[in-house]
Design a binder for this molecule. Structure first.
Ligand code: FEO
Length: 164
């Protein structure tokens, strides 16, 4: 049986993953509005991935006999600025999520909740991957700037995510 404190912490993380999905969906629509279909596609897939992160935690919580307490998902902004700003905000968001995952992992370790620790290990690794991939996009965007032909080439590359 999961501890009440771990149950609360997992419910909070589930809410954060759902809020991430909502945020990336809003960013995707923002990019779509600027005709950047590739960036929009990438963010739409990212939103779907965040939902799977939430589901995986929900399954784990329920398997441990915990109680799912879904919370309100805050409305994301509708305006994010230029493409560089969109991905800078994505990177900042992911860094915030990494801090939350690390705190959750530490809680599991302090509580000697080995099952949670093992499950959260996957999230620790996933955050390394997410920060690396978004960091690379931000670097590319800084290198090319968000005007001119190169941005459309990058947009087309981003549109290939999940289609290889
Ligand atoms: Fe589920 Fe992007 O962290």
């Amino acid at each position: 049986m999961i501890s009440p404190t771990m149950q609360n912490a997992l419910n909070e993380q589930i809410n954060l993953e759902q809020a991430s999905a909502q945020l990336y969906l809003a960013m995707s629509a923002h990019c779509e509005g600027k005709s950047f279909k590739g960036f929009a596609h990438w963010l739409r897939l990212q939103a779907a991935e965040e939902t799977t992160h939430a589901m995986k935690l929900i399954d784990f919580l329920l398997d441990r006999g915990g109680r799912l307490e879904l919370k309100t998902i805050p409305a994301p902004p509708t305006e994010f600025g230029g493409i560089i700003q969109v991905f800078e905000q994505t990177l900042a968001h992911e860094k915030g999520i990494t801090a939350k995952i690390n705190a959750l992992f530490e809680r599991a370790r302090n509580e000697k909740d080995y099952a949670s620790e093992i499950t959260l290990q996957w999230y620790v690794s996933e955050q390394v991957e997410e920060e690396a991939s978004v960091g690379q996009i931000v670097d590319h965007l800084h290198a090319i700037g968000d005007q001119g032909g190169a941005i459309w080439h990058l947009d087309s590359q981003m549109g290939k995510r999940g289609k290889a």
